[in-house]
Every structure is written in C-alpha cells, then in structure tokens.
Design a protein around this ligand. Structure first.
Ligand SMILES: *Cc1c(COP(=O)(O)O)cnc(C)c1O
Length: 439
C-alpha cells in the first residue's frame, strides 16, 4: 500500500499525522473514518496557488457532495474556497458551518421550489440553472423576494471523458444541463439575459468524474470558451464567469495514474489563457469545482478484521466490521481500493485475500483481490483513499450505525462527526401502539 499524505510506519504500525491506527480505534471505535487534515489543507493550497492567473480571477469551488459536515465546511470556509451544494441539506450544512452564502453555488437537475426558496432566502450567491422550469421558478421567487439573482446556465459540451458510464455527465442524453448543440439553448440564454430578476453571468459545465486525461479538460475549456464567444457575439453580451466543473482523477490503486496536481493546474491555466487570447474573449472569472481530488486521498477507513473464511474456490475472505454501508462505491461502481493490515505494515505478503463487509448482500465485497501479510481476527485493516463519496454516500442498511469521522493533525485527533448509536437509528421511528398517528 502506498503511504499517502502524513502516513508513516512506526514499529510495524501505521500512523496518520503521528497517531497510531490502534490508538485511534481504541479511542474512537471501529470502523472509523480518519481525515488527515494537514494533507487536506495542503492540497487546498495547491489548488489555490496553481490555479491562478494574472489575466483573470480564479475561483476554487469545493464540490461538497464529495464529503461534507460542519467541520469540513468550516475548513473550506477558513481556507477561503467557495463551496457548491446540490440540495437543501447540503445548503443547510454550509450555512450552519458559517460559509458565506455569497460564496455558495447551488447545483442540481431538480432543485425543488422549496429548496430554491430556502436558497434565495439564505442569500446564495450563484444559482446554476439546469433547465427552463427552474428558470421560471427562480424568476417567480426572485420577484416575490424582491431580489435579483445571479445565475449560470449548466450546459453540456458533449465531451467524451473516459470514465465509468455512471459518472459520465456530458454525453448528449445526460440528465444534466442543456446541450450546446440544441438550437433552443441560445434563445434560452437570451431570455435569461433579458429577465428583470436574473443576472445572467455565464456558463457552467462538468464533464464527469475520475477523469485522468488532461486533454479532456483542455478540450472542455476550449469548447466552452468557443461557445461563450459565439453566444457573446450572437447576443451582444459579455459573460462574467465560466465555471469548468470538477472531475480531476485521483489515485486509488496502482492501476491509477493521476496527473501531478500542481503541474496539471498550471498547464490548465496556461491553456485557458492561450485559448482566451486566441478567441478574444475575456470573462472575469474562471472557476473549477474539485470534489474528489480535494478530499479523497486525505481520508482513510480503519476496520477491525473479524472472521477469515477459506472457500472451495477463490481467495479467502477477510471479513470486516463495515462494508457497503460505509463505502458503497465498490458495489455501485465496481470501484477498486488498496488495503494494508495497519498493525503489520512491514510483514511479508502472505497471500491474496478478498475483503468483504458484513452486510446481507453477496456483492458487499470492498476489495476483490489484495495481497496482504497473514491476517488474524482482531487485526486492523486500513483502506486508504476513502475521503470522497464514502461518508457522503453511507447508509444505515442492515441498521448499521455510521462510523465516526475524526480529523487528525500533528498528533492530535478531533471528532468531526460522532459515531451513530442504536438510539440514533430509532430517532425518527414511531411505535404503533399508543393510539392515533399525527402526521
Ligand atoms: C460532482 C460534481 C463536481 C465534483 O466532481 P469530482 O469528481 O468529485 O471532482 C463538480 N461539479 C459538479 C456540478 C458536480 O456535480
């Protein structure tokens, strides 16, 4: 297993930010989500430093759906990033964390009228309009509230990114946004531009997730800027912002070869500057929206190994005390992960194991093949690179309480989210006895 961020090995044992894995589990329980805070803030600063230009303003918008809670949103705000939300719940979390509403972008293909109202009332800075229904609702709400609303339009530039089918978002029949090849799109922009209550600021797009080809992003930027230029000319307007979304690929296993972030970001900026020059277009702001690439490699999950089962065929199973409830990505996307036995980091490889969770689904296998030292019940297993789309996609399937989330930095650990209890599982349950139900 590759050591990431502030991981190290002390006498056979994995430490994260100077704290032994076994100490974390003894104190906070198992399974446990652990976030390496310094690694996270360093990566945030890599984005801020390298995605910057003297020719335009840049804006790093954290895609909070990757991993959010009050603690995380506070870090994002403190580091000066903007933040995007896709639901009333994510918005509520950001506002409660003290994120400046002016720095919030509201995304989503079906924002509910009630969510739009909440967001307008909260003073959300930018709404990324997905379709004409939303435009109509937003206009009505803006008028009722007597407030002008800044909007971007989500468009789909038809870039094929090489990634899993479920996480491709810009092929032509995507549920997100409107196509730049649709003849109705420019008239729609014109309508928004003329709206008394909306301030049409520009375009947004997002080509997919876990994309490894720098070329895909360069192509996206070129297509978007060319389209923006066309719209500016046809409608005689000037666009303020082009938001290029996220999707930058990250390392999970030795099969992944992500680009070096600082180098890629600098090349991306250069490509955008050159393209803007060539096209003669000058939006004031260029934004990107990293989610996974910001948080994923800073997060790890610690599990306790239970039974170890030899089967007639296939590699033996190592059973762990979590599974698809805390990490639904393997069962959902066939995602691959690496692992190590956190208390036997330097022991020689003994054999290939499968790592299975405890849920009642045959597909609840976190890792299909991983080479590990000889494991014993009670050993700790670490799965690194679980920062994104693990906690945020977790569930209570089989009534399994969610693990705690702790942030670690310089030998100190802080609980960001408490472990769920059985009582938490029943919090909204109503008993049948005792008469009438009041809805
Ligand atoms: C999911 C999403 C992102 C972030 O994607 P990552 O792959 O996590 O970087 C950014 N923008 C939008 C609109 C998204 O839906």
């Amino acid at each position: 297993m590759k050591l990431l961020g502030n991981m190290a090995i002390e006498q056979q044992e994995l430490t994260i930010a100077g704290i032994r894995a076994s100490e974390l589990v003894q104190t906070y329980g198992s399974p446990l989500y652990v976030v390496d805070q310094k690694d996270l803030t360093d990566r945030i600063q890599t984005f801020v430093t390298h995605f910057s230009s003297e020719k335009f303003q840049t804006n790093i918008v954290y895609a909070s759906k990757a991993f959010t809670n009050l603690y995380m949103a506070q870090i994002v705000a403190r580091e000066g990033l903007s933040l995007d939300v896709v639901s009333g719940g994510e918005l509520y979390t950001a506002i409660e964390a003290g994120v400046d509403p002016a720095k919030i972008y509201f995304h989503g293909n079906n924002k509910l009228p009630s969510e739009l109202e909440e967001a307008v009332a909260a003073g959300v800075g930018t709404f990324v309009v997905d379709n004409d229904y939303e435009f109509t609702w937003l206009q009505e709400i803006a008028e009722a509230e007597g407030r002008r609303i800044r909007v971007l339009l989500r468009v789909n530039p038809g870039i094929e990114a090489h990634t899993h089918e479920y996480i491709q978002t810009t092929n032509h029949d995507s549920k997100f946004g409107v196509s730049i090849f649709d003849k109705q799109t420019i008239p729609f922009v014109e309508q928004m531009h003329h709206s008394e209550w909306l301030d049409f600021a520009g375009f947004h797009c997002h080509i997919g997730s876990q994309v490894f080809e720098a070329e895909s992003f360069f192509k996206e930027a070129s297509e978007m800027l060319a389209y923006a230029k066309k719209v500016e000319e046809e409608l005689g307007i000037e666009l303020n912002e082009i938001n290029l979304g996220g999707g930058f690929g990250v390392y999970y296993t030795a099969e992944d070869q992500p680009f070096e972030l600082a180098t890629f970001l600098a090349q991306y900026i250069q490509h955008i500057e050159t393209t803007m020059e060539e096209l003669g277009i000058h939006p004031e702001v260029i934004s990107i929206e990293p989610g996974r690439s910001l948080i994923n490699n800073s997060g790890s999950t610690l599990y306790t190994i239970g039974g170890i089962k030899e089967t007639i065929v296939g590699h033996p199973y190592l059973f762990v005390d979590g599974g698809m409830t805390d990490n639904p990505r393997p069962i959902t996307y066939q995602a691959k992960y690496d692992a190590a036995i956190a208390t036997r980091m330097k022991e020689p490889i003994h054999q290939t194991y499968r790592v299975a969770g405890k849920c009642c689904e045959s597909g609840d296998v976190l890792i299909k093949e991983v080479d590990l030292p000889k494991a014993a019940p009670g050993d700790l297993l670490v799965i690194p690179s679980t920062g994104a789309y693990n906690y945020s996609m977790s569930s209570n399937y089989n009534r399994i309480p969610r693990p705690a989330v702790v942030f670690v930095e310089n030998g100190e650990a802080r609980v960001a989210v408490k472990r769920e209890t059985y009582a938490d599982l029943l919090r909204n349950d109503m008993r049948m006895e005792g008469g009438t139900h009041v809805i």
